[in-house]
Design a protein around this ligand. Structure first.
Ligand SMILES: Nc1nc2c(ncn2[C@@H]2O[C@H](COP(=O)(O)OP(=O)(O)OP(=O)(O)O)[C@@H](O)[C@H]2O)c(=O)[nH]1
Ligand SMILES: [Mg+2]
Ligand SMILES: [Zn+2]
Length: 369
């Protein structure tokens, strides 16, 4: 039975919010007297939930707060929870977080190695980049590793095509690095092709938009919604960086089916990766490094290093390069971990083939005298 959809006050069905049989099984198993709901916004102690009866505010139960050894067990945007709805129906208590299908983490603020969960149950991540100077292949690469680790599918969205002399060149660079990842070149101006992104939308499917501040994440959401729901902001003229207009992660239900998560730009949502922080603090060295011969130049012993060249030429202080080296060394451990994750992901992708090959080899060995 389909509920009427012509009234603005109509709540989305649970299925429209992404509910499925797996969740229903988990829910039935351990949640007496509760109703399922999805976290739309997570503040520190207060959560905005969406459920069959619409939106409501909730707090976590004392039991949940105390039993959770790690912060990761607290609800994040996109989570499904079991909520006990109080008699007045205005506020609920979150009794449990249902198992997460996928989860995206960032680096905990101020800590090099602790991960902090930021969103859950995302099917697809639109990695949005601006073709106005924000384009940075290494950053895209880092994002793609973090996305692979999250369990979600990646789609690269190269926005602001109107501001680039060579959008196809950017596409070719991304395609060479990530051959199996869909890439869209769009512009949010008229006839910019934003609607091509709608091919990824489907009822109950959750898409999160990630990327630096000012790349147009909220603008894209408004275009897909057909309303100016999300506030959008200007871009500083000096360095083309965004102004951090969006300040909270929020799950939005599209009336045409599908769910979008808007997120604040990069500085708030740091990748789980010390390199990102390093890049931000050493813009001058990063700018020089684009002229190094090797993309992964450590500015140490490598030939044709533009950074060491600048020190020799006296345009970059040697002390600055030294502190850069110290910071990147600290990032090495994380980088190794990241490479390990990428390798695991590759293995996951090729596992069936490996297994078959191993089985064949075992058979062969087993049959030897
Ligand atoms: N020229 C041009 N400008 C765009 C395009 N898309 C977005 N913008 C502008 O870029 C600015 C930033 O857009 P937002 O949507 O606020 O960016 P955001 O990624 O949500 O930024 P944060 O919320 O700060 O993370 C706004 O002034 C938009 O109008 C585009 O395709 N072309
Ligand atoms: Mg925004
Ligand atoms: Zn170098």
């Amino acid at each position: 039975m389909t509920p009427p959809v012509d009234s603005a006050s109509t709540s989305p069905s649970l299925e429209a919010l992404g509910w499925n049989e797996d969740l229903a099984r988990h829910f039935a198993a351990n949640t007496d007297g509760c109703r399922p709901a999805r976290v739309a916004v997570a503040h520190n102690y207060l959560f905005q939930l969406l459920g069959a009866s619409g939106a409501l505010m909730a707090e976590v139960s004392g039991r949940l707060r105390h039993q959770t050894a790690t912060q990761d067990a607290m609800p994040v945007v996109g989570d499904w929870v079991a909520a006990r709805i109080h008699a007045d129906e205005e506020k609920a208590t979150i009794e449990a977080v249902l198992p997460r299908r996928t989860s995206f983490s960032r680096k905990a603020a101020g800590e090099a190695t602790r991960r902090q969960l930021v969103a859950a149950n995302i099917d697809i991540i639109f990695l949005v980049c601006g073709l106005d100077g924000d384009f940075n292949l290494r950053r895209i690469e880092r994002y793609l590793v973090a996305i692979a680790d999250s369990g979600a599918e990646a789609v690269v969205v190269l926005n602001k095509a109107d501001m680039s002399p060579d959008p196809e060149g950017a596409r070719a660079e991304v395609a060479a690095m990530a051959p199996s990842t869909p890439i869209h070149i769009i512009s949010c101006l008229a006839d910019g092709g934003v609607e091509t992104l709608a091919t990824h939308l489907a009822p109950g499917r959750t898409i999160a938009l990630l990327g630096s501040s000012g790349v147009g994440k909220s603008t894209i959401i408004n275009r897909l919604l057909g309303t100016e729901r999300q506030r959008t902001g200007g871009v500083r003229r000096r360095d083309r960086r965004g102004r951090h207009t969006t300040t909270q992660r929020e799950l939005i239900v599209l009336p045409t089916g599908g769910l979008l998560i808007d997120t604040p730009g990069m500085r708030e949502l740091q990748l789980w990766d010390a390199e990102t922080a390093t890049d931000d603090a050493f813009d001058d060295i990063e700018a020089l490094a684009t002229d190094c011969r090797f993309r992964d130049c450590r500015h140490d012993q490598e030939p044709h290093c533009a950074v060491r060249g600048a020190v020799e030429a006296g345009t970059l202080a040697a002390a600055r390069l030294a502190s850069y080296r110290t910071l990147t060394r600290e990032g090495d451990e994380l980088r190794r971990r990241r490479e390990e994750l990428a390798r695991q992901d590759e293995q996951r992708r090729t596992k069936p083939a490996h297994r078959a090959m191993r089985a064949m080899r075992h058979k062969r060995l087993g049959s030897e005298p």
